[in-house]
Design a protein around this ligand. Structure first.
Ligand code: LLP
Length: 420
């Protein structure tokens, strides 16, 4: 459920007409709904109630905007981070350091040190050498730092290959078969306090079945580790729940996850950790855009909008579907291609789609753009970096400015010797 709904024939974000935001801030612009974020954060938490100790760490990569992180910090969420930059953001947004989990296959020694200095709560190790380096850095500071070993359970998550992370040949985690011996070696290091295991098998999962298969393997691993005398008191079960992009999509609800986790993790006696991203942020944001032209085409007309692949990369990267709707729908439909102004054919949001009839100057939205939207934007074609707005009831705030080519050029230099 989200708060981007039609009222008197036009789309609103909560109590603010989207047309007003377009008028005052300009387009393209991402628009977030505070109430939707808070609702998703609450529903996800409630679905996991009764499971004992649970830590929720929002996957910052899904939406790192400071206002979003602040909102989630107030809702009791920690952060799952994958870079020093995400760490800075989570801390700046007021997330307590001990609630931050550092994931990622390529943490540099400098980033590990940054995490130690900040006092973050847990490092999810992706391989053995990383553990040795982290232990040495921690021991040199007189610290013993909480860590888990991320295992790769070799499960096909049944999602797009570019966002599948738990198959044996994916770059993430260590093969589950090698985990017990490696875990014991890591537990013997002076700077590490090995707390348990972590896994994340992929994103936009359309059922919880692959998660259940992965967690079942994790449960066996925990039993094996304990049988070998290792201490295990945490299990980080990752993120991955899919959200509805097409109106007809069938996706798992947080309750489906909660019921499955209750069944599969019975008797584990650990603190469970989750790293949800998309399920919290996806439907809490839309990309508001303006139709520049409706250009006749050979098969269908091209609706050329002022948003492009640099603003919302998912269609070009993954062939992803984002639902397109007119802000003031006339009730009539048309079949059209939808594309942006960027100079490549990949800058196409949809081909031959049945959409609300639109014409030049009309406003429209791409839905489900709150996760992996603004954060994946670039300035390709020297387009501005897209701004972000958060709505709260009948008020809104610009929570990220539009960054123009002029500003970006201030960080560029023409060396003297090119003027010789
Ligand atoms: N934890 C880890 C270790 C992850 O790698 C990810 C996502 C998450 C948590 C959050 O997963 P979620 O709950 O959002 O599914 N850019 C892609 C998505 C990449 C996701 C990568 N990892 C997209 O636009 O679909």
């Amino acid at each position: 459920m989200d708060h981007f709904q039609l009222r008197n024939g036009e789309l609103y974000a909560e109590d603010v007409p989207l047309a007003r935001i377009a008028e005052e801030v300009g387009t393209p612009v991402y628009v977030y709904s505070r109430a939707t974020f808070e609702r998703h954060a609450r529903v996800f938490r409630e679905a996991l109630e009764g499971l004992g100790r649970v830590h929720l760490a929002f996957a910052v990569k899904a939406n790192p905007n400071l206002a979003v992180l602040r909102l989630l910090a107030r809702a009791g969420y920690g952060a799952d981070i994958v870079s020093g930059g995400e760490m800075e953001r989570a801390l700046a947004a007021g997330m307590p350091a001990e609630g931050i989990v550092f994931s990622g296959v390529g943490k540099t020694p400098a980033e590990l040190a940054q995490g130690l200095d900040a006092g973050i709560g847990q490092f999810n190790l992706e391989h053995e050498e990383e553990g040795h380096v982290l232990s040495a850095l921690a021991a040199a500071r007189g610290q013993r730092v909480s860590a888990t070993l991320r295992v790769n359970p070799d499960i096909d998550a049944g999602t797009h290959e570019k966002i599948s992370t738990g198959k044996a040949d994916n770059k993430f985690g260590v093969p589950i078969g090698t985990a017990p011996e490696m875990y014991a070696r890591l537990a013997a290091l002076p700077g590490l306090n090995m707390r348990g295991v972590a896994c994340h098998i992929g994103s936009q999962l359309s059922t919880v079945a692959p998660l259940e298969a992965a967690y079942t393997r994790i449960g066996r691993l925990i039993a094996d580790l304990r049988a070998a005398g290792c201490k295990v008191d945490r299990a980080d079960l990752g993120g991955g729940l899919g959200v509805r992009y097409r109106p007809e999509d069938v996706v798992p609800w947080p309750n489906d996850l909660g019921e499955m986790v209750a069944r599969v993790t019975k008797g584990w006696d650990v603190e469970l950790m989750f790293e949800p991203g998309r399920v919290i942020a996806g439907n809490a944001g839309v990309l508001l855009t303006k139709v520049i032209w409706v250009k006749p085409g050979v098969v269908h007309p091209y609706v050329i909008v002022d948003a492009a692949m640099n603003d919302l990369a998912r269609p070009a990267l993954y062939g992803a579907y984002h639902h397109f709707e007119a802000v003031r729908p006339s009730g009539e439909h048309m079949t059209a291609h939808i594309a942006g102004p960027v100079c490549e054919t990949g800058d196409t949001f949809a081909m031959g789609r049945d959409i609300d009839r639109v014409q030049s100057g009309d406003l429209a939205i791409f839905r489900t753009a709150g996760a992996y939207g603004a954060t994946m934007a670039s300035t390709y074609n020297s387009r501005s970096l897209v701004p972000e707005v958060m709505v709260d009831g009948d008020r809104y705030a610009v929570v990220a400015d539009r960054i123009s080519a002029e500003t970006i050029m201030q960080a560029e230099r023409v060396p003297e010797w090119l003027n010789d």
